[in-house]
Design a protein around this ligand. Structure first.
Ligand code: AMP
Ligand code: ZN
Length: 437
C-alpha cells in the first residue's frame, strides 16, 4: 500500500525527537495553563509554579488530573487563559452526560486543530479530487465545523449537509458525486437502510469512504457498513475538551487509531487506583492538550476506555495507536450485580447476518430484579410473519448474549427501520430503573 502523509516529518518522527517535541510543548501548555486561577492553584499545590518546573516528560505525572466536574465548575470562563477579545470561536460538548462544558479557541488554535483534522483525512488517501459530505451536526458540536475546516484544508469539495434529512443525503450524493462522508456509525447504517427501502442503487452513488465516530461501535459494525455500502470506514475519535475530531484516527492500515502525539499526550490509567495501567492493558484514557492556548487542559480524565497497541504500524507513522474505544467508565450498566458494557451486546447483535441495522437496550425493574431487554431490528431477508426463523433468531441472539455477559436477556425482534434513530450520537440504552434504589 502507498501510504500518504500530510506532514511526513511530524508523522514519522523518530520517538526520541517526538518526545523532545512533546516536552517543549508540554512546558508551553503549562505556561498557558498557569494563566488561569484554576491551574495556578492546582499546579501550585503540586509544586509547579512555572513551565521550567517541568524538566522531563516524567514530570507530567506531577500534574493533577482535570475532570469533567472541574470544567463544569469553571463554567463559563474559568478555563479561559487569554483576553476575551482574542477568542474567535467557542464550542461545547454535547452534554450527553450532563451540563455542557465550553472550549474557546484563538486563531492559532483553530489553525492547529484544522491541521490535525486535515492530517487525519489526508492519511486515509483523500485529496482535492474528493467530494466530501459532512453528514454531522453543525453547531456547538465540534464534528461539524471541525471536519468542515479539515476537509477544505485538504482541498476537497465540502458539502455541509449536516445531520438528519436522510433522503436528502443520498440525493446530494447522487447530484454531486460524493466520494467521502463523515457521520456517526448509526446514521450511516440508517442511511444505507433508507437507500435500500427507496430503491436507490449502489451504482448511482460514487461513495468510497466514510469517517465514522462520535460514538462507540464494534469492529463488526464497521465491517457491516463497509460490506453494505462497499466502502472503507475509518474510525475517528475526538472529544470537545481536546478540540473535537482530529485527536486519534485510523490510517489506511485500519488497525488502531494513531493518537497525534505531537499535539496530545496520552496515558492509560486504572480508573480505580488512578495509577498507570500496565502496558497494553485497557484503562481510562487521560489526555493532555498541547495545541490549544485559549483553553489549556492538562491530564484530562476522558472516561473513555481504551489501550495502546505495542507494535509499530505498517504505515510508518511513529505515533502510538489506540484500540477502538469500547465505551466509557460511566457507560457501564450493573444488571443484577453483573457489570455490562453496551458494547458487549453490540458485538453480539452486529455480528449476526440476519440482524438489521439498529438495536436498543432497555433495562427495567421487575419486582426486585433487573430485567434486560434487547430490541433488535431484523434484516431484509427475514419476514416478520414467518415465525420459525424468527424464533430461531431470537433464541440465537438470546443464548449468544447470555454466553457473553452471563445475563439472560429478553429479546424482541422488530421490523427494519422501526426502532428510533437519533440525529446525533445514538442513544442505545434506556434505563428505566428507579434512580433511588
Ligand atoms: P463530545 O465532546 O460531545 O464530542 O463527545 C466526545 C465523546 O464521544 C468521547 O469522549 C467518546 O466518549 C465519544 N466518542 C467520540 N468518538 C468516538 C469513537 N470513535 N469511538 C468511541 N467513542 C467515541
Ligand atoms: Zn498507521
Amino acid at each position: 500500500m502507498n501510504y500518504q502523509y500530510w506532514n511526513s516529518e511530524l508523522e514519522t518522527m523518530p520517538r526520541p525527537a517526538l518526545e523532545a517535541l512533546q516536552l517543549n510543548r508540554l512546558k508551553e501548555a503549562v505556561g498557558w495553563a498557569l494563566r488561569t486561577s484554576f491551574y495556578r492553584e492546582r499546579l501550585g499545590k503540586a509544586g509547579i509554579g512555572s513551565p521550567d518546573d517541568i524538566k522531563s516528560l516524567a514530570d507530567l505525572r506531577r500534574i493533577p488530573y482535570t475532570t469533567k466536574q472541574d470544567l463544569r465548575d469553571g463554567f463559563p470562563y474559568g478555563f479561559l487563559s487569554i483576553p476575551r477579545e482574542e477568542v474567535v470561536r467557542l464550542h461545547a460538548s454535547s452534554g450527553t452526560t450532563g451540563v455542557p462544558t465550553t472550549i474557546y479557541f484563538n486563531r492559532d488554535d483553530i489553525k492547529r486543530w484544522t491541521d490535525n483534522v486535515a492530517r487525519c483525512i489526508y492519511g486515509t488517501g483523500c485529496n482535492s479530487a474528493d467530494v466530501f459530505q459532512n453528514m454531522i451536526n453543525y453547531g456547538l458540536f465540534t464534528g461539524g465545523l471541525g471536519f468542515h475546516a479539515g476537509g477544505e484544508e485538504v482541498g476537497m469539495l465540502v458539502i455541509p449537509s449536516g445531520a438528519g434529512n436522510t433522503t436528502r443525503q443520498f440525493r446530494l450524493m447522487q447530484d454531486f458525486g460524493t466520494t467521502v462522508v463523515h457521520a456517526t456509525p448509526s446514521f450511516l447504517l440508517h442511511v444505507e437502510a433508507r437507500m435500500r427501502e427507496e430503491g436507490v442503487s449502489r451504482e448511482s452513488i460514487k461513495l468510497r469512504k466514510a469517517f465514522a465516530g462520535a460514538e462507540p461501535y464494534s469492529e463488526d459494525t464497521r465491517r457491516r457498513i463497509e460490506a453494505l455500502l462497499h466502502i472503507d470506514v475509518y474510525n475517528s475519535y475526538g472529544l470537545s475538551e481536546m478540540n473535537g475530531p482530529g485527536v486519534a484516527f485510523e490510517c489506511q492500515a485500519k488497525n488502531g487509531l494513531h493518537l497525534w502525539e505531537d499535539r496530545y499526550i496520552g496515558e492509560i490509567i486504572d480508573p480505580d487506583t488512578l495509577e498507570p495501567a500496565p502496558e497494553g492493558e485497557t484503562g481510562e484514557l487521560v489526555l493532555t492538550c498541547l495545541c490549544r492556548e485559549a483553553t489549556p487542559i492538562l491530564r484530562y480524565r476522558t472516561r473513555d476506555l481504551s489501550s495502546f497497541y505495542t507494535g509499530v504500524c505498517p504505515c510508518g507513522r511513529t505515533h502510538r495507536r489506540l484500540r477502538r474505544i469500547t465505551g466509557r467508565t460511566d457507560d457501564m450498566l450493573i444488571i443484577n450485580g453483573v457489570n455490562v458494557f453496551p458494547s458487549q451486546i453490540e458485538e453480539v447483535v452486529m455480528s449476526m447476518k440476519e440482524v438489521g441495522n439498529n438495536y436498543l437496550i432497555v433495562v427495567e425493574k421487575e419486582g426486585v430484579l433487573d430485567r434486560l431487554t434487547v430490541k433488535v431490528e431484523v434484516g431484509p431477508d427475514i419476514f416478520m410473519d414467518d415465525t420459525r426463523p424468527l424464533n430461531a433468531l431470537r433464541d440465537k441472539i438470546r443464548s449468544t448474549i447470555q454466553a457473553s455477559i452471563t445475563i439472560n436477556p429478553r429479546v424482541e425482534l422488530h421490523e427494519g427501520g422501526s426502532l428510533p434513530v437519533s440525529e446525533g450520537k445514538a442513544k442505545r440504552v434506556i434505563d428505566n430503573r428507579p434512580k433511588d434504589i
